[in-house]
Write a protein that binds this ligand. Structure first.
Ligand code: LFR
Length: 466
């Protein structure tokens, strides 16, 4: 078998990247082509994403990828979930909102007046997150003008190909997809005043969405198909989390820490609803039974505030190393406290939660953040085990957080389970694997794909110390 190549576009909440993925002859690896910053931008009507800039970075990155690797055979796109663009006659009506925009609070109130959370959970199986798409759509002032709603990766695929579809793993984060049948819940949408007609046809990961439009063929340098991947970044990350047994939990850790297990059937119990565990659809009809823990957002927002105070950049690895030298016990806070979710002065908000116990040095403050995240991870792993009746024996921690040794060790210590850290680029690898499988260049089962990841990206092991 020869080595084959694909392009992966992976958009996270703090940065995006375009990568070349190569697979074949026992090899699976990534070449970073471009990385660009991303984040909330404040506009007159609230927090948005700078979508025009993102799209431009994507196209420029694809052109550079093809220049470097003319053998690229396809493109796959993943991003964070829930956010969308509204279109009319193929034109974007407005810049997409950021899920941390506060208008969603009104949406929650209005939706729950029509359909209580218990009913929603029975229908869509989703944990309550105030930004789930259905709450956003409910208060979107452009809704009446729109003929189509597309989630971010689908929107980019549409701009690239002209083909409007909804990839299923990401569609499952809208709150408008039935948890049992994975089809649009038209009755619920209509009750909420969201026209069924704006929801595009569903496709599964592996389907070809379309081919690059002619003007883009010229710019990118080659005609290429866009293949649907697990377009929800967490779905792609879990594809490449090298879980070897059902007794492994995963933590996909970047801005968020997504903590859970993979299931083949939903667990729609009262206990699961009360614990706010979600059923997001995974690749190959699996369920990602997980809970959102606030992840590295707490650290990145804290560093951002300190950099603004200092007027100079902070060396994060140095700060983390100083934090790991802290020997005194630090006070913990609830990483999931709602006061920490909007952008702003994070150190002040954390200090408000910690009160008199707030550490006074930066290393100790960072230590408190990392330990608080690890403690929330540990509690969530225990809850996942209790809700599924599965005794867990290991945790695969993938994504950017897998490079944070302090966090990996603290998670091992606080769960009492070994943490297998990596791959750091699990999301892009999952994106590449699903494209490669569709092209006939990778094995067919998830288990075989994960075995390939484990073989080519051997995880680092953190053993619990207490
Ligand atoms: C992670 C993620 C989470 C989702 C959150 C908001 O990047 O996709 O899975 O809950 O972002 O979309």
């Amino acid at each position: 078998m020869s080595v084959r190549a694909v392009a992966a576009v992976d958009l996270g909440a703090t940065s995006g990247r375009v990568m070349i993925g190569r697979i074949g002859d026992g090899r699976l690896d990534l070449e970073l082509v471009s990385r660009f910053p991303n984040g909330p931008v404040e506009r007159a009507d609230g927090l948005h994403w700078d979508f025009a800039a993102l799209y431009e970075h994507v196209v420029a990155g694809l052109a550079e990828a093809v220049r470097r690797e003319p053998g690229i055979e396809s493109i796959g796109i993943d991003s964070w979930a829930v956010d969308y663009g509204l279109l009319r006659d193929g034109e974007l009506l407005a810049e997409p909102f950021h899920y941390r925009d506060e208008r969603t609070a009104r949406g929650v109130e209005q939706v729950h007046t029509v359909a209580a959370f218990t009913e929603l959970y029975r229908r869509n199986g989703l944990q309550f997150l105030p930004f789930n798409t259905l709450y956003q759509l409910r208060v979107d002032e452009r809704l009446a003008e729109a003929d189509t709603a597309l989630l971010i990766p689908d929107l980019i695929a549409f701009l690239l190909t002209g083909s409007a579809v909804a990839e299923r793993t990401n569609a499952s984060t809208t709150g408008l997809l039935g948890v049992q049948d994975a089809e649009w819940d038209a009755a619920l949408a209509e009750r909420l005043g969201i026209p069924r007609s704006i929801l595009p046809p569903l496709v599964d990961p592996g389907a070809t969405i379309g081919a690059l439009r002619p003007e883009l063929v010229e710019r990118v340098g080659k005609g290429l198909p866009v293949i649907a991947v697990g377009s929800h970044d967490t779905a792609s990350a879990v594809v490449a989390a090298p879980l070897s047994t059902p007794r492994s939990a995963y933590i996909s850790c970047g801005t968020w820490g997504l903590v859970g297990v993979e299931l083949s059937a939903p667990v729609l119990t009262d206990a699961a609803r009360e614990a706010n565990f979600t059923h997001e659809l995974g690749v190959d009809g699996r369920y990602r039974f997980l809970h959102n823990v606030t992840g590295l957002w707490l650290l990145s927002e804290t560093v951002r505030a300190w950099e603004a105070d200092d007027g100079a950049p902070i060396d994060l690895p140095e700060l983390l190393s100083a934090a790991s030298e802290v020997t005194d016990a630090v006070a913990l806070f609830d990483a999931n406290d709602p006061s920490l979710s909007a952008p702003g002065d994070m150190p002040a908000r954390i200090r408000a939660l910690l009160g008199d116990e707030a550490p006074t040095t930066r290393p100790a403050f960072v230590r408190s953040i990392v330990e608080s995240i690890a403690e929330a991870f540990a509690q969530t792993v225990r809850t996942a085990s209790a809700l599924t009746g599965r005794e867990l024996d290991s945790i695969h921690l993938v994504g950017g957080g897998s490079l944070n040794r302090l966090l990996c060790q603290a998670t091992a210590d606080r769960t009492g389970l070994p943490v297998l850290a990596g791959p750091v680029e699990a999301t892009a690898l999952g994106n590449v694997l699903v494209q490669a499988r569709a092209l006939g260049a990778a094995p067919s089962t998830l288990e075989e794909l994960r075995a390939l990841v484990s073989h080519t990206h051997s995880p680092a092991r953190f053993t619990p110390r207490r």
